[in-house]
Design a protein around this ligand. Structure first.
Ligand SMILES: *Cc1c(COP(=O)(O)O)cnc(C)c1O
Length: 369
């Protein structure tokens, strides 16, 4: 796949230029407004803060530039995901979900979709392309899966699922537009939690949907307007600010992860290491063809739960925290949430610290195990 990341990153910084009149602010303005000046016929103007906001529009333009398709902003990753389910599925439809993807998606399906007459089935990410897609209205995949970092073949799944009349949704949170291009691989709808690397500073929750499917986009937009699940303008403004440095941050994060993962794999304290960039990783060959980078998440299995907790808490450059993709390296033991991983499995989110300084701190903490 041709990598246009550099062109995209370079032109992102100048996207707004086409809209600017003499004397306008160069950076994106923050529009805090529920009310707009609206005398007479309301058609063709901004009407109300639940329908429209100039800061959302500025952010959506930037997101669309990066994902290569029209975008809609949502107040969190889950708000974007639930909007997809609730605006595009109806009673009697079936949806295929990853058994090992973002946990809340499965809980949402069980707790709410079922009650609306929408049934779901679970399939492990590593085997997601197998078993066919007959009878599914929607095939929802996540690759690499969070937290196990298994990978599925987006192009193969899209071809087979489309042959069965299903719509294909890809959660691209773990990779960002600079790491993986699901829409170019054949997915119909991309969804992402901008809470993670796109915002990147761990101070905002946010999400978005990107798609070329005009009917789906219209349904999602109507859902957002009518349900009231709208993003705050200030959060949109912060995410826009984060996006402007995403390329440089993600490059550092991936480069550090690519350097650190093999060193962890060679370390006697590591029981196992999962990272798509490791040549021996079960996901490596597919990752090398499907992804532009190998990502910033590493799955590190230590001896047991206690060792893992001591490592996480004892490393001076690791924040013990859930979530990932921030400028600061962070980690957590996923079994504490009930994920189907070993008790000593640590999801390590590599941040933007200089690579060798970070490795020194990680190595120092491992030596104490
Ligand atoms: C975090 C995350 C989400 C949900 O995002 P929120 O902003 O927390 O609602 C969805 N999918 C994946 C893969 C995630 O990591």
């Amino acid at each position: 796949m041709t990598d246009h990341s550099e062109d995209r990153a370079a032109s992102l910084s100048h996207l707004r230029r086409a809209h600017l009149a003499r004397g306008d602010a160069v950076p994106l303005p923050l529009e805090m407004a529920s009310m707009f000046h609206l005398p007479g016929d309301p058609a063709g103007a901004r009407q109300y803060g639940r329908y429209d906001n100039a800061t959302w529009t500025g952010l959506e333009e930037a997101l669309a530039h990066l994902d290569g398709a029209p975008c809609l902003a949502f107040p969190s990753g889950m708000a974007a995901i639930s909007a997809i389910f609730l605006s595009l599925l109806k009673a009697g439809d079936r949806v295929l979900l990853p058994a090992d993807g973002y946990y809340t998606v499965r809980v949402f399906a069980e707790r709410f979709l079922k009650g609306y007459g929408i049934e779901h089935e679970l399939r492990p990410t590593a085997a997601f392309a197998e078993g066919g897609f007959e009878g599914f209205r929607m095939v929802y995949l996540e690759t690499p899966s969070n937290p196990g970092l298994d990978i599925c073949d987006i192009a193969a799944i899209a071809t087979d699922a489309h042959a069965q009349g299903a719509i294909v949704v890809a959660d691209n949170t773990t990779m960002t537009p600079f790491g993986q291009r699901p829409l170019e691989l054949g997915a119909d709808i991309l969804v992402a939690a901008d809470t993670k690397a796109p915002n990147g500073h761990s101070d905002v929750l946010f999400g978005h949907v990107a798609t070329h499917d005009e009917a789906a986009l219209a349904a999602l937009k109507e859902w957002r307007k009518l349900s009231g699940a709208i993003p705050g303008p200030f959060e949109a403004w912060l995410v826009h600010r984060g996006l402007e440095t995403l390329e440089v941050r993600f490059a550092r994060m991936c480069q550090s992860a690519e350097t650190i993962a093999p060193r962890l794999a060679a370390h006697p304290a590591a029981k196992a290491v999962r990272y798509p960039g490791l040549p021996g990783d079960p996901a490596h060959n597919l990752a090398a063809t499907q992804m532009l980078r190998f990502g910033s998440l590493i799955g590190l299995t230590l001896k047991d739960a206690e060792t893992a907790e001591r490592f996480i808490d004892g490393c001076r450059l690791i924040q013990p925290a859930t979530s990932f993709g921030g400028v600061h390296t962070s980690a957590e033991r996923r079994a504490r949430w009930g994920d189907a991983v070993e008790p000593g499995f640590v999801r390590l989110s590599i941040g933007c610290e200089p690579t060798e300084a970070l490795w020194d701190a990680v190595n120092e903490a491992l030596e104490k195990m």
